[in-house]
Design a protein around this ligand. Structure first.
Ligand SMILES: [Zn+2]
Length: 411
């Protein structure tokens, strides 16, 4: 991996020569959930290796799987299956409607608008919207609830086309998509093109500081190419004439940042404080990232010891959450059907399919009450509070949950 990192060019600044951080081995695509018929076919596997750019401080993976292979017709993510995410999105929209005085003359665009979970809040308030999302299932679902959606990848070219048609946005939302695009600079250039002179781009992604500090290695997968700090994203935005003027830390997805990005430079105190604390902690230097690898190996051993110990005492195990992070965790740790019998997930589009690589079957959450496993490995630990509440009946029957990060523990 060392050689590969040394030869690689940074996704953001183009510098050649990255510092290797973590090697998670060769894993299948985390969002590709095989059907029963597909189980006999070979799943493509790709190296999952993480490196750091000493020039612009961006942590990134080395492999780029072609986006057409990742976000195809079978991409199973529907935002509206999480009540917590819906609430988070609604608050975000209502706040912006007030703060930016949005009305019938405004335009709000969301990049990777999924099933319209966010934009529908603007539609309800009479504000024109445009969703952009290449995945057919969620995009069709968005149109069905009254959210106009272009079924395309967002690129610099698409932004130019829209701007040419006179469409420029007062607000651009980009939640959990900037880190997923292969052409990082093209995507940001597209935002700059599509944004009105006095518009704001509101961008969310998981914060690399939370990932490292809480050992959230399972949020690393092929779909997720970049792992941003305020420092690294600030470098990237400035190259495109955009300024990080305000920032908030959010608890969602294990710890995220929400950026407020504008065309005029007016950097607020929250941004200055965050950049200063990142410098102080060393997020702009390789050392901060290097002991992460040792902690990930330790977590793997502790989790395996815990699961095997339960199994040895005759306990039956299941798992909760067929999300991408779950795929990284079970494949890297090596959790197969000998340890965990099945995975449950509320998303009906995932039920009946299987986890990538380890092929654990995915079932409905009601299975926990009928099949009564003794303990459930929480793969979707980012929604742990919500899931523990939903599973009160299972827990009253004596069922336990295992939270794997930052350190495996039973609750
Ligand atoms: Zn760089």
């Amino acid at each position: 991996m060392k050689e590969r990192a040394a030869q690689a060019a940074c996704r953001a600044c183009g510098r050649h020569g990255l510092v290797p951080v973590l090697d998670l081995g060769e894993t299948p695509l985390a969002d590709r959930l095989p059907t029963t018929e597909q189980l006999s076919q070979t799943e493509p596997r790709f190296p999952l290796q993480v490196a750091f750019c000493p020039e612009c401080s961006l942590m990134q993976i080395l492999e780029t799987v072609p986006p057409e292979q990742v976000f195809d017709a079978e991409y199973p993510y529907y935002s509206s299956f999480s009540p917590y995410l819906l609430d988070h999105s609604r608050k975000n929209a209502l706040e912006l409607i007030g703060a930016r005085e949005l009305g019938p003359q405004s335009l709000v665009v969301e990049l990777a608008s999924n099933d319209g979970y966010l934009l529908k809040n603007y539609v309800e308030e009479g504000i024109p919207v445009l969703g952009i999302d290449p995945v057919p299932g969620p995009a069709t679902a968005a149109v069905a609830i009254g959210v106009p959606t272009l079924q395309e990848f967002f690129t610099r070219e698409l932004a130019e086309r829209l701007a040419g048609e006179g469409k420029q946005a007062d607000v651009i939302h980009a939640n959990n998509v900037l880190a997923h695009v292969a052409d990082t600079n093209g995507f940001v250039a597209g935002i700059a093109t599509l944004l009105k002179q006095d518009g704001v781009a509101v961008i969310e992604f998981p914060y690399v500081r939370d990932l490292i500090d809480h050992c959230e290695f399972d949020t690393i997968y092929h779909e997720h190419l970049c792992y941003f700090s305020a420092t690294s994203v600030d470098h990237l935005l400035r190259r495109h004439g955009l300024y990080l003027n305000d920032v908030r830390r959010l608890p969602i997805h294990g710890g995220s940042l929400r950026l407020y990005v504008e065309k005029r430079e007016q950097v607020g105190s929250a941004v200055r404080a965050m950049l200063a604390s990142e410098r102080e902690l060393g997020l702009d230097r390789p050392d901060y990232y290097l002991d992460f690898s040792a902690r990930v190996v330790r977590l793997k051993q502790e989790l395996l010891t815990l699961l095997r110990g339960l199994k040895a005492r005759g306990k039956r195990l299941a798992a909760y959450g067929a999300a991408a992070k779950g795929a990284t965790l079970i494949n890297y740790v090596g959790i197969g059907r000998d340890l965990v019998e099945f995975v449950v997930d509320r998303n009906v589009h995932k039920q009946g399919r299987h986890m990538p690589g380890q092929h654990l079957p995915i079932r409905a959450p009601e299975e926990l009450l009928t099949s009564k496993p003794d303990a459930v490995l929480m793969l979707s630990w980012n929604f742990a509070d919500e899931i523990l509440q939903q599973q009160a009946a299972y827990r009253e029957q004596g069922g336990q949950f295992i939270i794997p990060v930052p350190k495996p523990r039973l609750v």
